[in-house]
Design a protein around this ligand. Structure first.
Ligand code: BGC
Length: 377
């Protein structure tokens, strides 16, 4: 009898404790939890947030670079598995890594010859990719600590204020990014920004996907459709020439679903420049609403990822610079072991008057959204 009373009160106590502990998500309920992710080499504290949906989809995000550390998606048997590359700790992210899962800014992709002119003034940026500036410079948004605030449901709001002159860019830029997991197995990323001086902005996320799982072979068998009749060919330093070239009759035609590996090694000058696909596609779209940019299917798991965006461009990069030297999640990240679909404005827009503008002026709000929607078939 006393044994029963003791166990009942122990059970009750455990229950009360469980309710007040910081919410490890209960199945059937959207939740956000937070834990310590250690400190950067410079001593800054980093947190890891876990978003979980009622259906069981999960995303882990760190405040360092606002990076997605893991993201799960269902396969054809209904079981959720991680679909992105990532490291195991903050030291791993500071190695540094090529932007794994990170938020990219202030200007995602390349700016030619590390400079641009705006309102009659020339701004010089650090060159960190040959003669060009890549992904916001030496210390872009991917290497900054973002402030985080859980939102409603499975969502997280991240903010970062980039000072006037940071990495050579004019104007104090207040950036906000909201990651949300929905009950439809979607990851939505909403980006907003304002400035106090004219500047250029191009924000994106740099998740490296392998729908078979991180480190599970190459992505050459993934089948890709990109809703684009044109792309922006590049010079040998991967800066667009300014031309919007038809994909028809080239290895860049993904208007019909095609395996990534089917033409990646064709003798094509553009493929040689990129060492594979590392180009911006000009999305077919009308107006600024969310529209479908791409769909990718991995045949073994049946996992499908659709990309929807309000952006005019999509950088499709096939992990050509991965070389097996980076390891994480107990795996080795081999050459072409992942692909990225970075929704964005076109590279080098600040120097290309014929491209959609990336200028943001005081009083305006930069606002874009991208959805990665997962299913299986
Ligand atoms: C670029 C690649 C680059 C990669 C990682 C991509 O967005 O287009 O050229 O190697 O990011 O650095």
């Amino acid at each position: 009898m006393s044994y029963i009373r003791w166990t009942t009160s122990a059970l009750l106590g455990a229950l009360v404790l469980a309710c007040f502990a910081q919410a490890p998500a209960k199945k059937g309920q959207a939740a956000v939890s937070k834990k310590d992710y250690g400190k950067t080499a410079g001593g800054a504290a980093v947190d890891l947030y876990t978003l979980t949906t009622a259906a069981g989809m999960k995303a882990e995000i760190i405040t360092y670079g606002g990076a997605l550390v893991s993201l799960t998606a269902p396969d054809k048997s209904g079981s959720y598995g991680d679909v992105i590359l990532g490291m195991d700790n903050i030291k791993g992210y500071e190695t540094p890594v090529p932007y794994f899962g990170a938020l990219i800014g202030r200007y995602g992709n390349r700016i030619g010859k590390a400079q641009f002119a705006l309102d009659g003034k020339t701004y010089k940026l650090p060159a960190n990719d040959g003669p060009n500036t890549l992904h916001g410079g030496i210390k872009g948004f991917d290497k900054r600590i973002w402030s985080a605030k859980p939102g409603t449901g499975a969502s997280l709001e991240l903010t970062y204020v980039s000072k006037d002159g940071e990495e050579g860019f004019p104007g104090t830029l207040s950036a906000k990014v909201v990651y949300t997991l929905t009950d439809k197995n979607e990851l939505t990323i909403d980006y907003t920004a304002t400035t106090d001086k004219s500047t250029v902005v191009n924000l994106t996320n740099h998740a490296y996907f392998n729908l078979a799982g991180p480190g599970e072979g190459t992505i050459l068998g993934h089948e890709v459709m990109i809703n684009a009749d044109r792309f922006t060919p590049v010079d040998a330093t991967l800066i667009p020439t300014g031309e919007l070239k038809a994909v028809k009759g080239t290895p860049f035609d993904f208007t019909k679903s095609t395996a990534i590996g089917a033409r990646i090694d064709h003798a094509d000058e553009q493929l040689k420049f990129g060492k594979g696909y590392d180009h911006n596609w000009v999305l077919n779209r009308s107006g600024g609403a969310l529209s479908k940019a791409a769909e990718v299917r991995e045949p073994k798991t049946g996992r499908v990822m659709e990309v929807w965006t309000t952006e005019p461009g999509l950088q499709f990069y096939t992990g050509n610079f991965l070389d097996g030297s980076l390891k994480g999640k107990g795996k080795t990240f081999q050459h072409r072991g992942a692909f990225c679909m970075e929704t964005q404005h076109y590279p080098d827009s600040p120097n290309k008057p014929n491209f959609p503008s990336t200028t943001l002026k005081p009083g305006q709000t930069y606002k874009t959204s991208t959805v990665y929607r997962f299913s299986a078939k």
